[in-house]
Design a protein around this ligand. Structure first.
Ligand SMILES: [Zn+2]
Length: 388
């Protein structure tokens, strides 16, 4: 089994470079690259089918902040996606919402990808807009369309392996190092990442996509440049129409899962069993197709370093871990450890190398679908004492 990789674009600002009025990029949480499994020969762009909402779904959206006027403008712009996607944004004033928007004068722009929003605690934002960056209607418009594109499952277009952008990497490293304080790795993650070719499933690269970042001519070796795109491109429209068809069913479904309402994980030392019992509390719902889900707990030392072990028992990629795996049919809802301790993960004391008295446990749920590993939930570390 491979380790779970969770790539977080940590940047808050991008392109405060001369000639551009907008200074904030998008610090959206990016899932790992994966194979896309639908056929839209004419569509352009990248999407993650595993995090799509159901076709025809009503997605509830609520603002956590912002003036009524600003909220109304965001709402009107976001709803443009509804013209092409069989999906409806239901903006509500109170109650449980799938997408929760913070309008603030800081924090950059970002959004969770599609249904991954369900992995965020109910009181917290799943999307952020930095209003200090809304210096014009166009700047606001392209940002809202872009972030809502992420929220319904789209990924950055410039990560397309068929984009073939001839980056002049040294200049980009230098300029973003100076203007943003980014190190090389941060630039690599945010600009030079490439998805596997299979991920595009034969779709074309679209430099006019709302999901493409601007590219300055001096950042490429041949003067290739991409301007700010303020509108949905024809490629964006055809892609989202294929993902959420207004007539008929989605062409190629994949297993889709949402882990929500994670509230805690009880960690209990058991002298009788000579080990640690773990009771993560969460809900999981399934859609699309049958799929296999792994519920895991990885162990770290008190400083957050993985506890290594390679005896081939109770480890994942040589990190001490325990798991249970289940094949789950679509359209099910399962509840773990809400009303009783009904779902236990266990690890014997003998699996911990000598010398650990304090440790941390991290609950991770993921889907394994053929070659595809898709993260569904990642908890914060939970500290506990090993009382053998
Ligand atoms: Zn983005």
């Amino acid at each position: 089994m491979r380790a779970v990789s969770f790539i977080v674009c940590s940047f808050a600002v991008l392109l405060s470079t001369k000639g551009y009025s907008q200074s904030k990029g998008c610090g959206t949480l990016q899932p790992p690259p994966s194979v896309m499994a639908f056929d839209t020969a004419k569509a352009r762009g990248l999407a993650d089918n595993y995090y799509l909402w159901n076709n025809g779904q009503e997605v509830k959206v609520r603002f956590l902040s912002g003036s009524p006027a600003l909220q109304e403008t965001v709402k009107t712009i976001a709803k443009e996606w509804e013209k092409y996607a069989n999906l409806r944004f239901d903006f509500i004033s109170y109650g449980d919402a799938d997408i929760r928007i913070n309008l603030d004068s800081k924090g950059g722009h970002n959004s969770m990808i599609g249904t991954l929003a369900g992995s965020i605690a109910p009181a917290e934002r799943t999307m952020n807009f930095d209003t200090s960056d809304f210096k014009s209607y166009d700047a606001m418009r392209r940002t809202v369309l872009h972030e809502f594109g992420h929220a319904i499952g789209l990924l950055h277009e410039h990560y397309s392996p068929v984009a073939g952008i001839p980056w002049n990497k040294e200049i980009v490293y230098k300029e973003l190092g100076e203007s943003q304080g980014w190190d090389k790795q941060t630039v690599d993650v945010n600009l030079f990442q490439e998805y596997k070719i299979s991920y595009t499933n034969g779709t074309l690269y679209d430099k006019t996509s709302i999901m493409h970042y601007p590219v300055l001519a001096r950042w490429t070796t041949n003067g290739y440049a991409v301007a700010w795109n303020n509108n949905l491109s024809e490629g964006d429209k055809s892609l989202i129409s294929a993902l959420y068809p207004k007539s008929g069913a989605r062409t190629n479904e994949v297993p889709r899962f949402r882990v929500t309402d994670f509230t805690k994980m009880e960690v209990i030392n058991s002298a009788a069993k000579q080990g640690v019992s773990l009771y993560p509390s969460f809900n999981i719902s399934s859609a699309g197709k049958e799929g296999k889900v792994y519920f895991t707990v990885f162990f770290y030392d008190k400083d957050g370093n993985p506890i290594m072990d390679n005896d081939q028992k109770y480890n994942i990629s040589n990190v001490v871990a325990t798991y249970k795996a289940f094949t789950i049919l679509p359209d099910k809802k399962l509840i773990a450890n809400k009303t009783a301790q009904d779902f236990e993960l266990f690890i014997p004391y003998t699996e911990f190398p000598a010398g650990y008295t304090n440790a941390q446990a991290v609950f991770k749920a993921f889907l394994l679908d053929g070659e595809e590993l898709k993260i569904l939930y990642l908890s914060k570390p939970i500290s506990f004492s090993l009382i053998k």
